[in-house]
Ligand binder design. Structure first.
Ligand SMILES: NC(=O)C1=CN([C@@H]2O[C@H](COP(=O)(O)OP(=O)(O)OC[C@H]3O[C@@H](n4cnc5c(N)ncnc54)[C@H](O)[C@@H]3O)[C@@H](O)[C@H]2O)C=CC1
Ligand SMILES: O=C(O)CCC(=O)C(=O)O
Length: 546
């Protein structure tokens, strides 16, 4: 059974999906942090969360089991995605399911600010009837500035246009023609937008470009009386600058659903006139929570049953059909990586992979990640998989270059890998026989044809009579059975340099190798261990528990 932990409350419709999957056992454990969270995550194969739990690098430290974290929502900023990637854990989200809820919440806050809904009701509760105190303003005819025109920003624009507002937008990633279709006038710079708007709302992610995007100087560029709304992420707008702007009278109103530090139960903004705050409720509608819970649980079930990777923020998508088509090649390149790591123990400085023939049309990013996983598998303490291998390689400063050509060579598809270590390089090429039989077809300058599996002895020798017989005799005495033998010559004539690859049924004792190395025609002999035929490498079983 696959074990999944639900770390924040999610809708029962999602949980029902987990139950009906048959092979998933889930537990709801909410409110966790610190050591409790770390220990819990180490017991499960998958996790689902909303924005409540903070999955930090410490919470993932030493985790050898978790394969996937699904965020039931958009923002993954409560998950240390970089740490998850280093640990080989896939992070997915469910964009879209809560867009309308968040756009409607933005409109609700704009309307509530404009019509003094909160202070008016408060005054009523205090037994007053102060109609003159709460003169409002209409949205109709006002200019709304929207920063970030993705899903939520566009949904807000549609609604604001229905209220007959003029919409001015800024999003460097939205094509002009799309903005025109939506009826949004766009600005080239934020400086062009600020002076024009009566209302400003932000709908970008929080990142290094957007942190404190709205600060004191930006507020100074806005009209006096501007109303500012943030339903995206705390920190995009500087909260201290908002307070100052309100106190000076430059800002006419502030509505926040999100805060720099959450939960936020105490803020100098709370209780100030013309301020309205909600505790991160943008996505809190029954409909949105049903949508995101169903989508999150579907992502998890698909991942664990078929290996599909969708909506991942740290890995290329992988659908079951693509995975099936790639499985043989993934296995081949992973084995080439393992081989290259064992023939020379010196750390690589850079690698080159050449995809030739039909394989060049496949998703070679995943194949190269599989090669990197093989190359690093035994070098590192942690488990290496398709998610973290490229990052781990990069962290070690090992460059990985890809070349692709659809020209057919000797095989329908061939993958050639070259690993550089300071002043030397090693080359190997592999091909798939049938759909799933990985073969070594070249090693250095030598052409050959050998299975890429199990225990292999790779030896280089002068091509003279009797070498193989003497090697066979040594292995015989040490009770090591030779299952398969493949020979190759650099030039196709006797007496020159040759390679021998022997598939062995057991790992040869060191004495046997020492005896072989004493044979005069043999210059070098290395034992390499690869997984047995058909054994699913751990990183490929993305849908299976580790
Ligand atoms: N309050 C809540 O409960 C909710 C908050 N959110 C948050 O709302 C925000 C928007 O969500 P979505 O629309 O789904 O995301 P999205 O990814 O669809 O849209 C984000 C947009 O911001 C734009 N952008 C990025 N950097 C920018 C920059 N420097 N300047 C201007 N535009 C920039 C992108 O091009 C993109 O179009 C996110 O931060 C998300 O976490 C989303 C759902 C619920
Ligand atoms: O889970 C929630 O309620 C927060 C939603 C949110 O902020 C998001 O999806 O980015």
């Amino acid at each position: 059974m696959v074990k999944v932990v639900v770390l924040d409350p999610i809708s029962p419709e999602g949980l029902k999906l987990l139950e009906s999957a048959g092979m998933i056992e889930y537990e709801v454990r909410t409110g966790l942090k610190g050591e409790d969270l770390r220990k819990t995550l180490a017991e499960f194969d998958g996790a689902i969360c909303r924005s409540g739990v903070k999955i930090t690098a410490d919470a993932l430290e030493g985790n050898k089991r978790l394969k996937v974290i699904v965020r039931a929502g958009v923002g993954t900023d409560n998950i240390d995605t970089a740490a998850a990637t280093r640990q080989g854990i896939i992070v997915m989200n469910t964009p879209g399911g809560n867009t309308i809820a968040t756009a409607e919440h933005t409109m609700a806050l704009m309307l509530a600010l404009s019509r003094n809904i909160f202070p008016a009701y408060k005054s009523l509760l205090e037994g007053k009837w102060e109609r003159h105190q709460f003169m409002g303003t209409e949205l109709c005819g006002k200019t709304l500035g929207i920063i970030g025109l993705g899903r939520v920003g566009q949904a807000v624009a549609e609604r604001a246009l229905a209220f007959k507002m003029k919409v001015l937008g800024y999003d460097p990633f939205l094509p002009e023609h799309r903005a025109r279709e939506l009826g949004i006038r766009t600005c080239r710079t934020l400086e062009d937008l600020f002076p024009e708007v009566d209302y400003l709302t932000v709908h970008t992610p929080l990142n290094e470009q957007t942190r404190n995007m709205i600060d004191r100087p930006q507020i100074q560029m806005m009209k006096k009386g501007v109303r500012i709304i943030n339903c995206a992420r705390g920190g995009i707008i500087n909260e201290d600058a908002l307070l100052e702007g309100l106190e000076s009278g430059h800002i006419g109103g502030v509505a926040l659903d999100v805060f720099t530090k959450e939960p936020c139960t105490n803020s100098p903004l709370f209780g100030k006139p013309n301020v309205l705050c909600t505790p991160h409720l943008g996505a809190s509608t029954e409909e949105a929570q049903t949508n995101v819970a169903i989508e999150a649980c579907e992502l998890l079930v698909d991942f664990f049953t078929t290996g599909a990777v969708r909506n991942s923020v740290n890995m290329a998508p992988l659908d079951p059909k693509t995975l099936e088509g790639l499985r043989g090649y993934l296995d081949l390149v992973y084995r080439l990586g393992l081989l290259m790591a064992q023939i020379d123990r010196e750390p690589p400085t850079r690698c080159k992979i050449r995809y030739q023939g039909e394989v060049a049309n496949r998703d070679t990013r995943l194949l190269s990640a599989a090669f990197a996983a093989g190359l690093l598998q035994h070098a590192l303490e942690q488990s290496v998989n398709l998610v973290n291998a490229p990052v781990l390689l990069q962290q070690r400063g090992i460059e990985l270059a890809e070349e692709r050509t659809t020209d057919i060579g000797d095989f329908a598809s061939q993958v050639t890998v070259e690993v550089f270590r300071n002043d030397k390089s090693a080359l190997a090429a592999g091909a798939l026989f049938g759909k799933s039989l990985p073969r070594l077809v070249q090693k250095g300058a030598f052409r050959l044809e050998s299975p890429l599996e199990g225990t292999m002895l790779i030896m280089y020798h002068r091509d003279v009579p009797g070498v193989i017989g003497r090697v066979g005799e040594i292995f015989g005495r040490h009770n090591v059975n030779i299952a398969f033998l493949s020979l190759g010559r650099a030039e196709n004539k006797p007496g020159g340099e040759a390679i021998g690859v022997l598939a062995l049924d057991s790992y040869p004792p060191a004495e046997a190798i020492a005896e072989i190395l004493k044979l005069e025609p043999i210059h070098r002999a290395t034992v390499v261990v690869l997984p047995p035929r058909g054994e699913l490498p751990p990183w490929l079983g993305v849908g299976m528990p580790k």
